[in-house]
Design a protein. Structure first.
Length: 90
């Protein structure tokens, strides 16, 4: 499992759809996103949930930051378990 440090602050701003959420992310090393869009995906590697601190295993339903063309966010490898997001059916 990756050794991941938790951000200073992460919270779900809004559930936009069944597959997208808006996140407020603040980290002194990785920057600040006031309303970053994260999309649902399947974990391809083990990690730690940035919201709950629980382990993420390959194949788990997760949310991760969306990339738009050449604009790839610096927190692109971070994940949140879908089950940690209130109101998300997994």
């Amino acid at each position: 499992m990756q050794n991941e440090r938790s951000p200073l602050h992460v919270s779900v701003v809004e559930k936009l759809s069944s597959t997208t959420i808006s996140i407020c992310w603040s980290d002194p090393c990785l920057g600040h996103y006031a309303s970053q869009i994260w999309g649902m995906a399947v974990a391809r590697m083990e990690a730690i949930c940035m919201l709950s601190g629980k382990p993420i295993h390959r194949g788990d339903s997760i949310f991760r930051p969306r990339a738009y063309g050449a604009r790839v966010p610096v927190n692109r490898h971070r994940m949140i378990l879908a089950s940690a997001v209130s109101g998300t059916d997994t």
